[in-house]
Design a protein. Structure first.
Length: 168
């Protein structure tokens, strides 16, 4: 996955709409389904936990199916991009200890994966207004650049492909 420039305000606006619609759908759907089930199959004990749970589960499945169906709609482009970026960064994060050890030994693929992680994290944190750890990220970036210079490695995140993670 290649990093893309996206409009932060458009992303936030669309994300808020998606979250809002999911909340409204979950509330209305789960209550509606559970009330119909309670009406059709009343419980003499007055406990309707299983019908309420089933309403929530069915509504979650419907929402997931709807999101999957509209995933490729232009309205969802930024939201889906960020979701996929988070998945890509999680794959790298799970291998980060091995990547850092290999980078210290001069492995260019490890350095490239770490560079991609830092660049993607910077973009993600900027989009989500999470600036608390940006200073730490700058320190980590400087450390990586020092390693790359020491091992004569050029880091171009355009060359990153997640298949290189299989090596670690």
């Amino acid at each position: 996955m290649q990093l893309q420039d996206i409009d932060k305000s458009r992303y936030r606006k669309h994300l808020n709409w998606v979250i809002g619609l999911c909340i409204v759908s979950l509330t209305a759907g789960s209550l509606g389904i559970s009330q119909v089930l309670i009406h059709l199959f009343p419980d003499s004990d007055g406990s309707h936990f299983h019908w309420n749970l089933l309403g929530v589960l069915v509504t979650c499945a419907v929402i997931a199916a709807a999101l999957k169906k509209v995933k490729n709609h232009p309205f969802m482009a930024e939201v889906v991009y960020v979701w996929e970026l988070k998945q890509a960064l999680n794959k790298i994060t799970r291998k980060m200890p091995k990547l850092k050890k290999a980078a210290e030994q001069g492995n260019p693929n490890a350095m490239l994966a770490i560079q991609y992680s830092y660049s993607g994290s910077r973009q993600l944190w900027h989009l989500d207004d999470n600036t608390i750890t940006m200073e730490e990220l700058s320190l980590w970036q400087a450390e990586l650049e020092g390693l790359a210079q020491a091992h004569n490695v050029t880091l171009d995140i355009e060359l990153y492909d997640e298949r290189i993670l299989r090596e670690f």
